[in-house]
Design a binder for this molecule. Structure first.
Ligand SMILES: Cc1cc2nc3c(=O)[nH]c(=O)nc-3n(C[C@H](O)[C@H](O)[C@H](O)COP(=O)(O)OP(=O)(O)OC[C@H]3O[C@@H](n4cnc5c(N)ncnc54)[C@H](O)[C@@H]3O)c2cc1C
Length: 402
C-alpha cells in the first residue's frame, strides 16, 4: 500500500461497509490507496437478499454466500390470477443472507489492505487545505472519539446517510418506500404445500401494497416475506401477516421482523465538488419498480472508487462527478423506464391485473430476465421491443386479449 498524503492519516475514508462501501474500499485498497473502512456493525441490514447472477461473476461471489438459486418467479394479480416466469438457461437469482454476506464483504476489503474501524460516523469538517477531518464514535461508549483525516470521504452509509445529511442538508433525501419483512423458517419435510424453494413469489395487489408489491423470497432454511409502500398510513405488518396466510407461512417460526427505507430515485448530485462523494443507497441508487439495490450498491461502490482514484491522481475534484455520470450512462434509461412502470402499473388494481397478464408474454419474460440478470437491454432482437410496445399499448387501451 502507498503511504497516504503526508497531511493525512488516510487517502480515503469510506463510511459504511455494506455492499457499496465494502466494494469501494476493496477496490481502493487493491489500487494501493490508504483506505479506512468504517462500519458501526452489529445490525443486520433488512433485505430480501435477491441478487442477479451477473453479480456473482462480476464480484467473484463464492457459492458459499448463495443460500438458494432461484430459477423463476410467480406473479400474483389482485384477482389471484398467477403467471409463472421461468428463467431458463440465461442465469439465476442468487439469495444472500445479509448477516453473513456483509461481514464477508468487509473481510474481503480488509484482506485487500483496507484498514477497518468499528465505529459510528459522527461528523466531518472540510478543511481549508482541501483535507477532511472525520470524527467517529467507537463502539465502546466509554472510549474517546476517534479523529482521522483524509483527502476524500465516500459516504456509503445507506438510505439514512448521516454523511449525506451533513454535506447536502436534511432536505436532500431521495424519495423512498418503506420496506418491511419477516424472516421465517422455510417449510421443510415431505409436504411443503405450494411453497417452492427455487421460486420467488411477487404479489401485485392493492391489499398487500397500494403502491409497490409484496414478496416471498426463499433462502434455503429461511424465507423473507415482506412488502413495501410509500403510503405512511399503510399497515405493512398487517399486509405481511396476510401474505404469510396466503402462502401457507402463517405458522412458520418467525426469526426476525425488521424494516428500513428503500430509496427509489438516484440523487441529482452525489458529490460536493470538493472531497465528499455519495454512493449506493446514500445516493438513492435503487431500481424503481423492483427495489433492487444490492447489485447497484456494489456497482456504484466500484464507480465511486474509480472516481476517487482519478481525483487523487489528478488532484482535480471535478472527477468525483464521474461516478454519477457513468452510472447514468449505463443505467439511466433503464431506471427511467422502471420509474415510469412503477408510476403507471402500480397505481390501481385494474392496472396491476393487466400488468400481471402482460407478464405471460414470452418476449416480455425474456427481456425482463435479460435486463435483470445480465443488466443489458437485449439488442439482438429489436423486433421484440416493438412487439412489446404494441402489446403494451393494446393492453393500455383495452384491445389486447388477456
Ligand atoms: C426490506 C428490504 C428488502 C430489500 N430486498 C432487496 C432485495 O431482495 N434485493 C436487492 O437487490 N435489494 C434489496 N433491498 C435494497 C438493498 O438492501 C439496499 O439497496 C442495499 O443494501 C444498499 O447497500 P448500501 O451498501 O448502499 O447500504 P447498506 O446496505 O444500508 O449499508 C450501509 C452500511 O453503513 C453502515 N452505517 C450506516 N450508518 C453509519 C454510521 N453513521 N456510521 C458507521 N456506519 C454506518 C451500516 O452499518 C451498513 O453496514 C431491500 C431493502 C429493504 C429495506
Amino acid at each position: 500500500m502507498t503511504k497516504p498524503d503526508p497531511k493525512c492519516d488516510h487517502d480515503v475514508i469510506v463510511i459504511g461497509g455494506g455492499p457499496c462501501g465494502a466494494i469501494a474500499a476493496k477496490r481502493l485498497a487493491e489500487a494501493g490507496i490508504a483506505t479506512l473502512l468504517v462500519d458501526r456493525e452489529g445490525r443486520i441490514k433488512p433485505c430480501g437478499g435477491a441478487v442477479p447472477s451477473i453479480a456473482m461473476a462480476e464480484y467473484a461471489l463464492p457459492a458459499s454466500q448463495i443460500k438458494a438459486r432461484v430459477r423463476g418467479a410467480r406473479m400474483t394479480a389482485p384477482s389471484g390470477n398467477q403467471v409463472s416466469m421461468e428463467i431458463g438457461d440465461i442465469g439465476y437469482v442468487g439469495m444472500v443472507d445479509r448477516d453473513v454476506f456483509d461481514p464477508w464483504l468487509r473481510d474481503e476489503a480488509e484482506a485487500a489492505g483496507a484498514e477497518r474501524a468499528v465505529a459510528t460516523f459522527r461528523e466531518l469538517v472540510r478543511n481549508d487545505d482541501g483535507t477532511v477531518t472525520v470524527t467517529l464514535d467507537p463502539k465502546d461508549k466509554s472510549a474517546e472519539a476517534i479523529t482521522r483525516t483524509a483527502r476524500l470521504v465516500i459516504g456509503a452509509d445507506g438510505a439514512n446517510s448521516a454523511v449525506r445529511r451533513q454535506v447536502f442538508g436534511a432536505k436532500a433525501r431521495p424519495p423512498y418506500v418503506f420496506a418491511y419483512h419477516e424472516i421465517v423458517r422455510s417449510p421443510g419435510g415431505a409436504d411443503t404445500g405450494d411453497f417452492d424453494p427455487h421460486r420467488c413469489e411477487v404479489i401485485y395487489d392493492g391489499e398487500i401494497s397500494p403502491d409497490f408489491y409484496g414478496w416471498v423470497f426463499p433462502h434455503g432454511e429461511n424465507t423473507s416475506v415482506g412488502v413495501g409502500s410509500a403510503n405512511k398510513g399503510f399497515d405493512l405488518k398487517a399486509a405481511t401477516r396476510e401474505l404469510r396466510q396466503r402462502f401457507g407461512l402463517a405458522d412458520a417460526e418467525t426469526i426476525r421482523e425488521e424494516g428500513a427505507p428503500l430509496p427509489l430515485k438516484p440523487m441529482k448530485r452525489w458529490d460536493d465538488g470538493r472531497n465528499v462523494l455519495l454512493a449506493g443507497d446514500a445516493a438513492g441508487v435503487v431500481a424503481p419498480s423492483s427495489g433492487e439495490g444490492i447489485y447497484y450498491a456494489m456497482h456504484t461502490g466500484d464507480l465511486a472508487a474509480d472516481a476517487a482514484l482519478e481525483t487523487l491522481r489528478t488532484g482535480n475534484p471535478r472527477h468525483l462527478a464521474m461516478a454519477r455520470k457513468r452510472f447514468k450512462k449505463a443505467h439511466g434509461r433503464v431506471f427511467m423506464v422502471l420509474g415510469m412502470m412503477q408510476y403507471f402499473w402500480y397505481s390501481s388494481d385494474k392496472r396491476r391485473e393487466k400488468f400481471v397478464s402482460l407478464c405471460k408474454d414470452a418476449d416480455i419474460q425474456r427481456l425482463t430476465w435479460e435486463g435483470y440478470l445480465n443488466k443489458k437491454l437485449v439488442r439482438r432482437d429489436p423486433l421484440a421491443h416493438l412487439r412489446i410496445a404494441i402489446k403494451d399499448l393494446g393492453q393500455l387501451i383495452g384491445l389486447a386479449p388477456r
